[in-house]
Design a protein around this ligand. Structure first.
Ligand SMILES: [Zn+2]
Length: 271
């Protein structure tokens, strides 16, 4: 299998591989053939192979996980990769920010799911990610894995629409209030309870907020009564950006509303 290639079986057992510089195939007798062709034609053919082999257009998603392990990013990546695959996404799961350096690959995506708490990102990696979203790739994520990622990178925060700053009293019981009952991401959902971190964030006024939480009886009493956005969506260039502050650990998504919001948000963000 050529690295980075698509392998598909189309009719009569003929196997195709389309790499960046060649198309290879084996016929029904098992004989191998190959032909070097220009990169643009390779890309075009790989798209045809992708569509024909499934009878429908598959969307592509990239999940990039890493950073602070307390948020169990690998478990989160496995959880949502599995679900996206049930929604006809081809999903690549990566544990390196260098995935943001491949502009051609990023341009072929429908959705990027960032799962990286804290850490640092290089100028080139950050630009690669942001340019892809500006050009129309969707971005959807949750909790600190999307909005406490690279604390010194304000360009990244300008894209996500918020940055975590505190979770007063750590794991507590709190209520999430659905504030937009018409939006497809929150339509039909009722207010619900969480037992987790209640995120206190610095958020972008241009966010379209779909759900909030109110801080009550916190030891940081000067913020009591504050209504804090929990779920929002926004645009960044041509890209759709979705965020929910729920999901401190993957088990938080056992709360049905938290999971439903995340799933709907990912589908909404994907182009
Ligand atoms: Zn957390």
């Amino acid at each position: 299998m050529v690295k980075g290639s698509e392998e598909r079986v189309i009719n009569s057992g003929v196997k195709w591989q389309v790499s960046r510089s060649a198309i290879c195939w084996s016929d029904v007798t098992g004989r191998n053939h190959s032909s070097v062709i220009p990169i643009r034609i390779c890309f075009f053919l790989s798209e045809i192979v992708r569509v024909c082999s499934n009878g429908r257009v598959m969307k592509r998603a990239l999940i990039v996980w890493g950073g602070w392990d307390g948020h169990k990013p690998k478990e989160g990546a496995d959880l949502f990769a599995g679900w996206l695959r049930t929604q006809d996404f081809e999903v690549e799961v990566s544990d390196t920010l260098d995935s943001y350096l491949d502009a051609e690959k990023l341009g072929s995506l429908s959705l990027i799911v960032p799962m990286w708490t804290m850490g640092t990102i290089t100028k080139e990696q950050s630009e690669g990610l942001r340019e892809a979203v500006k050009d129309g790739v969707g971005l959807a994520g949750y909790h600190g894995t999307m909005a406490d990622s690279f604390r010194d990178n304000t360009d990244y925060q300008f894209m996500t629409g918020g940055q975590w700053v505190a979770h007063p009293d750590n794991i507590i019981d709190y209520t999430v209030n659905i504030t937009d009952h018409d939006d497809p991401i929150t339509r039909g959902l009722r207010d619900f309870s969480m037992h987790s971190e209640q995120y206190y964030m610095h958020t972008d006024p241009s966010n379209q907020v779909l759900a909030t939480t109110t801080l009550v009886d916190r030891s940081t009493d000067w913020v009591n009564g504050t209504v804090m956005p929990v779920v929002w969506k926004r645009r960044y260039g041509q890209g759709r950006v979705f965020y929910s502050s729920l999901g401190h650990v993957p088990d938080d998504f056992k709360v049905p509303e938290a999971m439903e919001i995340q799933r709907r948000g990912m589908l909404w963000a994907a182009r």
